[in-house]
Ligand binder design. Sequence first.
Ligand code: ZN
Length: 62
Amino acid sequence: MSYCEDCGCKVYSGKCTNCNEELFILEQYDELAGTEFELPYPDEDSEFMKKVRQQENQLKNQ
Ligand SMILES: [Zn+2]
């Protein structure tokens, strides 16, 4: 188990549960897709997806 250098929260597969919260939420969308609990994805230009893209870029640059 590793911990985030920025906030000290737990890090799962390179993602911080706090700093990368939106990425974890997006994973929930992926897991529910195709099931009866399926959720419509947020708009690409929503605040949520902007954060997701930012966090993806940060992880790529590490
Ligand atoms: Zn963090």
